[in-house]
Write a protein that binds this ligand. Structure first.
Ligand code: ZN
Ligand code: ZN
Length: 214
């Protein structure tokens, strides 16, 4: 069984997720920790729980989701796993954040490509990569179909009561709607959604009440 810890990091209250199972191997998804105290909070949690980080995963390359990448890469000697179409975003992370007044350490270019259908393994657990362009060109969600209930780490594609912005570089409204209706919303109704910002929800909740999906 996969356990999940949520951290809300940086001014955009981005959701960073640590996922682990009973082997204690864990993956860190979208480390948005940018300040020393944010990083300390995550490190302390990982150390006290006795977890061993084995992979760094990104749902997409926006700066609020990668602010802590360089730190995580260095601290646990991990490589960033990201869709190749979002690697350009990742490579501009430091420059882009500077325009918004943030000082972000540039993550390395030594990344691992992840693509539609790939299986990411840690411990005894598996996450399936679903490519969901629209918010960014190389956005993905990480899907755990074998969990009870199943869940996705959704990045900024789908939120409780809202959907991802498509007005940023790489965004495309029609593509996002296609990803939502033909991929994400086709998952089980009880599938839990862990979004890139805000509270958790389920596919069923969003189908019933999300005004952007009508
Ligand atoms: Zn984003
Ligand atoms: Zn975001």
């Amino acid at each position: 069984m996969i356990q999940i810890r949520t951290f809300y990091f940086n001014d955009l209250r981005e959701c960073t997720y640590v996922l682990w199972d009973d082997t204690n191997e864990c993956v860190i998804v979208d480390p948005g920790c940018n300040t020393g105290s944010e990083r300390e909070r995550m490190v302390k949690f990982i150390e006290i729980t006795g977890l061993v980080p084995v992979k760094l995963l990104n749902t997409h390359g926006h700066f609020d989701h990668v602010m802590g990448n360089a730190f995580v890469e260095r601290k646990w000697k991990l490589k960033t796993h990201i869709h190749p179409l979002d690697k350009p975003q990742l490579m501009r992370a430091a420059a882009y954040s500077e325009m918004f007044g943030y000082n972000v350490e540039q993550p390395t270019s030594d990344t691992v490509d992840i693509n539609e259908g790939d299986i990411i393994e840690f411990g005894k657990s598996k996450l399936k990569v679903i490519w969901t362009p629209g918010h960014t060109r190389g956005g993905v969600v990480f899907y755990a179909p074998e969990e009870k209930p199943p869940f996705i780490i959704a990045g900024d594609s789908l939120f409780a009561g809202s959907v991802g912005r498509t007005d940023l570089p790489g965004g495309d409204y029609d593509e996002l709607m296609d990803s939502l209706h033909n991929k994400i919303l086709k998952l089980e109704g009880d599938c839990k959604i862990y979004p890139g910002h805000g509270p958790q929800t389920t596919i069923k909740n969003e189908l019933e009440s999300n005004p952007y999906l009508k």
